[in-house]
Design a protein around this ligand. Structure first.
Ligand code: GLA
Length: 397
């Protein structure tokens, strides 16, 4: 009787509305305050695949520091697939004891002692892409374990998901991470298959937009994976969905992995910076050439990627093999990339009208890659661009 009177006001339409809200509102929106600029770091997968161990990860942490990459902004050291082997009787995830004999908490301590952050990998389905145990049904237990180890970043894959709904599955792990009490960057890896840019802003800090990258400029065969230009084409139109705390992820870098020319590595890096992409190096940073290191640590280029306004660049003009891409920066300037996809060197022009400035405007032009002022130009800028090359400038009114 008492209960009836007390809750009588909740009857009818109000009750329906409350029920609807409970059903449709996620229990937490993503509000972890992380990744205000695109995350930067190193990930084991592109170069080492399943060949991961605590020695490798420690060496990678050391190399991030000694190469100058840490000073350039690289922060997260991420172990991708294959660190996990099974679950124990209580359902706790068990790391490979042969490859990680000291335990992941000790590894996290080591990485933290270098002033870096620790990332790990799991999968929203029952198994990872290499058929290690996934987190399906263990989301809260796994998140609690990661937090106890000192994990700062989770890449969460989408293999073996059967009939699971992607938004629900990723939201569940988001909620589990929030409950863990530790700030953990949440990286969604469902390969763009259910258009995460439409729903993941309140779920993750970054989301993959495509299938896996391979270290090639371009691929022709369907089963070859995606080269740099195939991935670039798939980013066109996604720019409006990115911003501070929530980024499109065109996949990890292949700079320095055999398969591309020095010009192509440079173009790959420049275009990822124009896209405000997460910069996760994927090469052997312990044994890289000076040329590779110089590409990965080009500070003026990285500043374009990390610009605090967080506006993703996009293609503003395409004339056959010649493309102009532009990214608005917080000081009122534009970073502009003149990309030549053709097989021979070409003369290219970026018009101010392409990048949202009047033709009559006189603006300062700076060569971003080579850190050189090129003087004032009115209306346009022209340069000779090598095959598969990019000339990248900053245009400041
Ligand atoms: C998927 C992901 C890759 C990598 C592998 C690991 O293919 O897209 O980035 O994590 O799984 O198995």
């Amino acid at each position: 009787m008492f209960a009836k009177i007390k809750y009588a006001w909740l009857s009818g339409p109000l009750m329906l509305a409350a029920g609807f809200l409970l059903m449709t509102c996620p229990s937490f929106a993503l509000d972890n305050g992380l990744a205000k600029t695109p995350p930067m770091g190193w990930n084991s997968w592109n170069k080492f695949g399943c060949n991961v161990s605590e020695d490798l990860i420690r060496q990678a942490a050391d190399a991030l520091v000694s190469s100058g990459m840490k000073d350039a902004g690289y922060q997260y050291v991420v172990i991708d697939d294959c660190w996990q082997v099974s679950r124990d009787k209580e359902g706790n995830i068990v790391p490979d004891a042969q490859r990680f004999p000291s335990g992941l908490d000790k590894l996290a301590d080591y990485i933290h002692s270098k002033g870096l952050k620790f990332g790990i990998y799991s999968d929203a389905g029952t198994g990872t892409c290499q058929n290690r145990p996934g987190s399906r049904g263990y989301e809260f237990q796994d998140a609690r374990q990661y937090a106890a180890w000192g994990v700062d970043y989770l890449k969460y894959d989408w293999c073996n998901h059967s009939t699971q709904n992607s938004e629900a599955s990723y939201s569940l792990m988001r909620d589990a991470l929030a409950k863990s009490g530790r700030p953990i960057v949440f990286s969604l890896c469902e390969w763009g298959s259910t258009k995460p840019w439409l729903w993941a802003k309140d779920v993750g800090n970054l989301w993959r937009t495509t299938g896996d990258i391979v270290p090639k400029w371009s691929t022709n065969e369907k089963n070859d994976g995606l080269g740099v230009v195939e991935i670039l084409d798939l980013q066109d139109g996604l720019q409006t969905y990115a911003g501070p705390g929530h980024w499109n992820d065109p996949d990890m870098l292949e700079v320095g992995n055999p398969g591309m020319s020095p010009t192509e590595y440079r173009s790959h890096f420049i275009m990822w910076c124009i896209l405000s992409a997460p910069l996760m190096a994927g090469n052997d940073i312990m044994h890289m050439s000076n040329e590779t290191r110089d590409i990965l640590t080009n500070k003026e280029m990285i500043a374009v990627d990390q610009d605090p306004l967080g506006i993703q660049g996009h293609r503003v003009r395409k004339d056959g093999e010649q493309e102009i891409w532009s990214k608005q920066l917080s000081d009122g300037s534009r970073a502009v990339a003149l990309l030549n996809r053709g097989a021979s060197e070409q003369n290219m022009t970026a018009n101010w009208t392409d990048i949202g400035y009047p033709a009559s405007l006189s603006a300062q032009v700076r060569d971003v890659w080579n850190h050189k002022d090129l003087g004032n130009k009115t209306g346009s800028f022209s340069a000779s661009v090598p095959s598969h090359g990019v000339v990248v400038i900053k245009v400041k009114p």
